[in-house]
Ligand binder design. Structure first.
Ligand code: ADP
Length: 699
């Protein structure tokens, strides 16, 4: 067994399905890969950014430590002064004065101090002059406040003329009261450079901001320009720092909208924020290239797949087309061979078939089987053309044909038989039967000449058979009157011989009896002659049923009597006349009588042998219905449907012809009536249906 072949359609569906699966799997793989790569990159950049922030924080803390140290020394110097240890105090002042120069890496521009009123009392700047700084925010802020470091926004120093941050701390007097402010000016640009040294990544930004208001204190790039900007109160890093002391996030740049990765860390002791940012566009360049590469390769895969599928489909299409073509050719060959075979069969068929349409204009043929010529003897068009066809029919056929077409139109089917003149001069009987299916007519034409001859012969033989039987009956029937005649003639002769003229009256009386019996014989013979005359079977007339039954009885009386059969003739008086052929109807009854006689003769010796004839007018449809029943035991139920078939007999070929009931049925239908059979109480029961004669017109 070969494996089932895929059809073009299923292959296509399978290919499309496979294509979709590959597409989906490819997309999923690329998306997963890109997500993984993006996550990896994000993690790497964030880690780097956070470590930058931590490094910045360390630098800042170191600077703040230096500042704290300065403040602590200033406080110590105050304390020493307060305790009168002027020398020690001066040593500290000297140290502080030298400190900016000795530790340039700390970025300290100036160390200064004010008294409680805000007037400058010390400065590391040589040649400093007393100055009132009480109006400065970084000085003012400490009055009455807890000791705490304060970082000012970037200012351009009055003395140094450089961008500086003032980191101030309150000083206490010996009683612990507010005694002034220690000021450390840090070089904001140097701090910014420190940031730049740490934030080395391409496009990286780093900044130091005041936590409370976002004032920018240092920046790795464009420091000078950026420090002059107002505080970035709403900077995203400031907002984020309110939530968490350390973290990272991505957000667009406030300056130019570039996407940045921000990392931050708060410095709580100074209320500062260290922030670093990397340009996401720059750091993700490699990833973008990777992503583009991935999508391009995916597009390439798609293209290759699409190309493959197109090629596959074209292949399938070509194969399917070729197969279709081959199938169509095979189908055409099969149709041609089936048509040839059909023509061959039609040619051999006994009946010719035709088809066409019937409308007001008449019949138009559309098809005729090839054997039509054989059936009609002429080319097909002679039959298909109504004018030509009528010329070949016998004289009564055209009228019958018009009726045929009318019945076809009205009843949907019609049958007729007519004589047809063939080119060799012979006449043939044709049977034509047609049916209507919508506007279409389909009919057949069959030469039934032989059939009709056989039927006629069979009918004649059946009649002969019956006549033979009747003749035997007649002989029997005539025997009695002839015996009477013979005896009477002998008696008359004896009377004349013995008595001479005196015997004449006796002889005369006896001769009357002879004449009477001879008349009876004549009646029987005449009836038989009438019965056997074919001319008497043609025409329909108004007939009395009683006469018909009497006539039949005349012919079968002897046979019934010999068989010991009692006839119950219960025809009511005054039955209306029927429309029939008297001899034909009589023949029907003769057949029924003889069949009943045969059935009854087969009964056991002491059985009752009876026949009943009754009749009644069916009020509904004005018919005379006659019932003819016998006590012969009936017909086996399985044969009931067959007894009217021609040549069906159960009597054996020497006794029965099987035509009796077939002739009865044909005669009854010829009258416009019918005959049916069923099994009655004790035997077969035939029902004969005669149409009534037309009522006589009122005189
Ligand atoms: P035939 O008498 O030559 O057989 P018929 O056509 O008259 O032919 O009858 C056909 C058959 O019907 C008979 O052979 C018989 O079997 C059956 N048949 C007819 N009439 C009767 C009847 N009255 N009772 C029983 N069978 C009958």
């Amino acid at each position: 067994m070969s494996a089932p072949r895929l059809t073009g359609r299923t292959t296509w569906i399978a290919a499309a399905g496979l294509w979709l699966i590959i597409l989906a799997a490819g997309s999923a793989a690329i998306i997963i890969f890109l997500r993984h790569e993006a996550g990896q990159l994000s993690r790497e950049v964030t880690a780097r950014c956070l470590s930058t922030v931590d490094a910045l924080n360390q630098t800042l803390l170191r600077t703040l430590e230096a500042v704290q140290r300065v403040h602590a020394l200033q406080q110590l110097q105050r304390d020493l002064e307060g305790r009168g240890e002027a020398q020690a105090a001066r040593a500290i002042s000297d140290h502080l004065t030298n400190m900016p120069l000795e530790e340039p890496s700390a970025g300290i521009l100036q160390i200064a101090a004010t008294d409680a009123s805000g007037s400058l009392v010390f400065s590391s700047v040589p040649g400093w002059a007393p100055l009132f700084l009480g109006d400065r925010q970084h000085v003012r802020v400490h009055a009455g406040r807890a000791p705490q470091l304060y970082v000012s926004e970037p200012l351009v120093g009055r003395i140094s003329g450089r961008w500086s941050l003032q980191l101030t701390y309150p000083l206490r007097d010996t009683e612990g009261r507010f005694g002034g402010v220690s000021i450390v000016s840090l070089d904001a640009l140097l701090l910014s450079r420190r940031l730049a040294e740490i934030s080395t990544a391409e496009g990286a930004l780093s900044a130091l901001m005041r936590l409370q208001d976002g004032a920018l204190l240092a920046r790795n790039r464009d420091a000078e320009a950026q420090l002059a900007r107002p505080a970035l109160t709403d900077h995203p890093a400031i907002r984020a720092a309110r939530e968490s002391p350390r973290g990272s996030f991505r957000a667009p740049s406030a300056l130019d909208g570039r996407e940045l990765l921000f990392c931050f860390r708060t410095v709580p002791e100074a209320e500062l924020l260290v922030a670093a940012a990397e340009d996401w566009g720059v750091v993700s360049q490699s990833f973008v290239a990777l992503r583009q590469g991935a999508w391009w390769s995916f597009a390439l895969i798609l293209l290759l797949l699409a190309g493959g599928i197109i090629a596959l489909l074209r292949g399938i299409g070509l194969r399917a087309t070729r197969r279709l073509l081959a199938d169509a050719q095979a189908e055409r060959a099969a149709t041609a061979s089936a048509w040839a075979r059909l023509e061959q069969l039609l040619e051999a068929a006994p009946a010719a078939i035709y088809a066409g349409r019937l409308d007001e204009a008449g019949f138009r043929a559309e098809f005729a089987s090839p054997n039509l010529r054989r059936v009609i003897g002429w080319p097909p068009e002679v039959f298909l053309d109504p004018v030509q066809a009528q010329r070949r029919m016998d004289s009564s056929a055209p009228a019958a044909r018009a009726d045929f077409q009318r019945r076809l139109q009205e009843e949907g089917r019609a049958l007729m038989e007519y004589r047809w003149h063939r080119p060799d001069g012979s006449w043939r009987w044709l049977r034509e039967e047609a049916r209507r299916a919508g506007p279409d007519i389909v009919g057949y034409l069959l030469d039934v000449t032989e059939q009709r001859e056989t039927a006629a012969w069979a009918a004649a033989s059946a009649r002969l058979n019956m006549l033979g039987e009747l003749a035997a009956n007649m002989a029997h029937e005539l025997n009695q009157p002839l015996a009477v005649i013979s005896l009477a003639a002998e008696n008359a002769a004896a009377a004349l011989d013995e008595d001479g003229p005196a015997g004449i009256p006796d002889a005369r009386e006896t001769l009357d009896l002879v004449a009477q019996q001879a008349a009876r014989c004549k009646e029987v013979v005449q009836h038989l002659r009438l019965f056997s005359s074919p001319d008497e079977r043609q025409s329909l007339a108004d007939v009395r049923l009683e006469t018909v039954v009497q006539g039949a009885m005349l012919l079968v009386r002897g046979a019934l009597r010999d068989a010991g059969i009692t006839l119950h003739n219960r025809l009511p008086a005054g039955l209306p006349p029927i429309r029939a052929n008297a001899v034909g109807a009589e023949q029907v009854f003769v057949n029924l009588f003889l069949n009943a006689r045969d059935a009854l003769a087969g009964l056991p010796r002491d059985s009752r042998r009876e026949i009943w004839i009754t009749a009644a007018v069916e009020a509904t449809d004005g018919r005379l219905v006659v019932r003819f029943a016998d006590s012969g035991g009936g017909i086996p139920p399985e044969l009931l449907g067959r007894v009217f078939e021609p040549f069906f007999t159960t009597k054996g070929s020497d006794k029965g012809t099987g035509l009796g009931l077939a002739i009865c049925q044909s005669a009854m239908r010829g009258f416009g009536g019918d005959i049916r059979v069923r099994n009655g109480a004790s035997g077969a029961e035939f029902t004969l249906d005669f149409p009534l004669a037309a009522p006589e017109p009122d005189a």
